[in-house]
Design a protein around this ligand. Sequence first.
Ligand code: ATP
Ligand code: MG
Length: 444
Amino acid sequence: MRLTRYFLPVLKETPSEAQIVSHRLMLRAGMIKQSSAGIYSWLPLGFKVLKNIENIVHEEQVRAGHIPLLMPTLQSADLWRESGRYDDYGEEMLRIQDRHGRDMLYGPTNEELITDIFRSHVSSYKDLPLTLYHIQWKFRDERRPRFGVMRGREFLMKDGYNFDLTKEDALHAYNRHLVSYLRTYERMGLQAIPMRADGGPIGGDYTHEFLVLAETGESEVFYDSAVTDLSFGDRDIDYDDVAQCQSVLEEFTTKYARTDETHDEALFNEVPEDRRKVARGIEVGQIFYFGTKYSDALGAKVQGPDGKPTAVHMGSHGVGVSRLLGAIIEASHDDKGIIWPEGVTPFHVGIVNLKQGDAEADAACESLYGQIEAMGLEALYDDRNERAGGKFATMDLIGLPLRITVGPRGLKNGVVELTSRRSGESEELTPDAALAKIAGIYAR
Ligand code: ATP
Ligand code: MG
């Protein structure tokens, strides 16, 4: 993309309404624009990162054997009356009437809809196990929408639902989700720690929230610092292997890590003192096994192996797709701007032409631009007629991991400069060597 043809409305001033750094940087980098409280338009740069995050979530869900579909944002109130949640959900639910006076709502979540799809089409245990998911906009009329996309009213969520014959099978689905989420967040350059959370009215031990440690996080968390040494890495996982998924769950959830809702001071005190940490975290996902709650309420039964109707065991599993942009920026920025992890960056490389209009510099930039695109990567070429300082400031703000700087002086010696946004280090390389280096970085 050539910057002169793009739409990147960066702001010079720091917007005063933004209280935390990720919100400020998203506004300044021209990624989002608020349309009303907690509701945002996604401008091209923000939209690109949102799509990248969404793609990673999709890829990892499909890898785990989960099946994508798409349910609507607007739902009929009838199903929610059946489950008993229409009245329980309270003021967070946006209620709407259509022209015929029928009660509708903008879905805050989809347990009812998915259970209805299931009961309409699945009747035998032979069709199980089944995990369906979608990535769709949700609406929750939050009391205090704030921090930009972090706590919006309209937000993008991946929500998945497993249907299993037995509790044991459903717990394997739970473990599969935990494993796939570990991979998902690491691909985004994030460490998200599974922490034991509150099962709410249903109770039980089967819910974990995934938290990204950050001072601006809304949750108070307590953990053994040894959990921060764990990483999933590049392991081979067979998602059908029950024992393997169970052992990953144990590896990542045995050490003490809890949100304040489930915090147990006595247990915490058993952790060696120098490893006991109290901090704040951003919830970027949650997994939940809830047994037959919805299948009982909505009559989702299958014929079991014994021929008898059996309520299916379910769980629901959410990833905060739009919140993740804020979480990633909270975890990865400096005083000049965003530093995108390679896995989610909106463009792979920025090209800065120090002397726009200089025939040699222009030609070198065009050539690099063409070759980067030919490598299957995306470049953002700053071809504006602007001072170098302004171009660097824009590149630093929008946080592309790599920048190539091209100027007449370097070209005389046959070199361009390749700069890492994260380390700030630059090297002078021939254009070919710079391209080879970029290819190597993104091949990883
Ligand atoms: P919270 O406790 O932060 O209100 P929640 O526990 O109600 O979230 P879930 O129902 O577990 O949320 O939804 C799954 C994920 O969706 C959460 O882990 C979070 O990342 C994201 N999410 C929830 N509410 C919002 C919101 N208002 N804005 C953006 N993302 C959200
Ligand atoms: Mg939650």
